[in-house]
Write a new protein. Structure first.
Length: 410
């Protein structure tokens, strides 16, 4: 099934596997996907911490985070590239867990032997974040509001401490410490992953040799904070949300689905909508002008895509991710200038010209100028731009492959 085939979308029903509909939501499923797959089967591993204290001072016990890797860690442990994932993503950046998986990891096109992130040379590692969006996905390992609080034996709900992007970085640092890794050839991520990559460079400037940030920015500006508030609103309006206390009861599935519809459309572009749907009806013979229940094809597609994603997602996890993104400022402090001043590494910025979430004129172009002004080596390329808007930085990352490979070779 092709996710942009509107006739298929209209017939799409039932619960797809986590890999399949995550790929569909991103528009990554294509007949070429198997040919791009990383050779071999990827193993999901689990990193555990007895306790973690958040930057806000909260304590989380029994932290468990999933991770996977591609390539071989050399004896000096200095050939490591950390890949950090986006809002609705996971550690599954490349390869497949099983040979018959419907799609490989989201950046499989650039990770593997001879690819820009060359696994013959580099050890690529990626981990699920705290409060990962998809705790119901069997391939995701994360600790968050849906997890059991060992002190009560019940799910945390909203008693889970608020977390920041820096908390994601800190847990990743603990994972790398457990492997004896003290140097990173690069930290690379897209969207929320780019926030983590930039924050890594501010938190550990002597450890990070390069930063590759795609479709992101150095802080959440007021307009994005407002958009994130809109993303979260349907969940809070769903009576089943019950102020976060819904575990073991009816869950706010309707609100979560509407929230994911907002995310899905905001992360795309009208060029994509025009090409994929136009003003087609969802069902032949059902003119949207004739009845309130009759839909356009794009409406039906958004509903199907979001409902499938909601099947493995958790509403409270969604809200915690929204808060982490709203509060982000590179350096985890009050001043962006102070945070950016800590970055020593060269930086490669990969925006999409049509990004509606992180518009380049508001985010990456000003970031480029600020970094250059303070003496950082900065490269800037909009090669990923196509018709997907924000998601160009995930689905079309291979278009920046030459720039990535050349940047890593310096």
């Amino acid at each position: 099934m092709r996710c942009l085939d509107t006739s298929a979308a209209a017939r799409w029903s039932g619960r797809l596997g986590g890999l399949a509909f995550a790929a569909c939501l991103l528009g990554l499923t294509s007949p070429l996907a198997p040919a791009l797959a990383l050779d071999g089967i990827v193993e999901k591993k689990t990193f555990e911490m007895p306790s973690y204290t958040t930057v806000g001072g909260g304590t989380i016990k029994n932290v468990r985070i999933g991770w996977e890797s591609y390539g071989t860690l050399n004896e000096a442990k200095d050939n490591v590239i950390l890949v950090t994932h986006f809002f609705s993503g996971s550690s599954h950046a490349a390869g497949k867990y099983k040979a018959d998986d419907p799609a490989p990891g989201y950046w499989d096109s650039i990770i593997g032997p001879g690819k820009p992130l060359d696994t013959d040379k580099y050890f690529i590692i990626s981990s699920d974040t705290l409060v990962n969006l998809s705790p119901k996905d069997p391939t995701v390992v994360t600790t968050g509001p849906a997890s059991t609080n060992p002190d009560t034996g019940k799910p945390y709900g909203l008693s889970f401490p608020v977390v920041a992007i820096r908390d994601f970085v800190n847990v990743q640092k603990a994972l790398l410490d457990s492997l004896g890794v003290t140097s990173l050839q690069a930290v690379m991520g897209g969207s929320m992953g780019s926030l983590q990559a930039l924050d890594w460079a501010t938190a550990h400037p002597d450890m990070v040799k390069r930063v590759i940030a795609a479709i992101g920015g150095a802080e959440a500006d007021p307009f994005l904070i407002g958009w994130l508030n809109l993303w979260a609103a349907p969940i809070k309006l769903d009576p089943n949300w019950n102020n976060g206390d819904y575990y073991g009861k009816a869950e706010p599935k309707a609100g979560l689905t509407e929230a994911l519809k907002l995310v899905t459309l905001h992360a795309r572009h009208w060029k994509w909508a025009d090409a994929a749907f136009g003003r087609k009806w969802a069902e032949e013979g059902k003119d949207p002008r004739a009845a309130l229940g009759n839909q356009y094809a794009i409406e039906a597609w958004l509903e199907k895509a979001a409902a499938s994603r909601a099947a493995v997602s958790d509403a409270n996890h969604f809200l915690y991710l929204v808060k982490a993104n709203q509060t982000f400022v590179a350096g985890n402090g009050g001043s962006l200038e102070d945070g950016l001043a800590k970055i020593k590494a060269p930086v490669l910025l990969l925006p999409s010209a049509d990004d509606l979430v992180f518009p380049p004129d508001r985010n990456m172009r000003p970031l480029k100028e600020r970094l250059e002004k303070q003496g950082n080596a900065v490269e800037y390329s909009e090669a990923v731009t196509s018709t997907l808007g924000h998601l160009d930085g995930v689905a079309n990352i291979a278009k920046a492959g030459d720039s990535i490979a050349a940047f890593l070779a310096k």
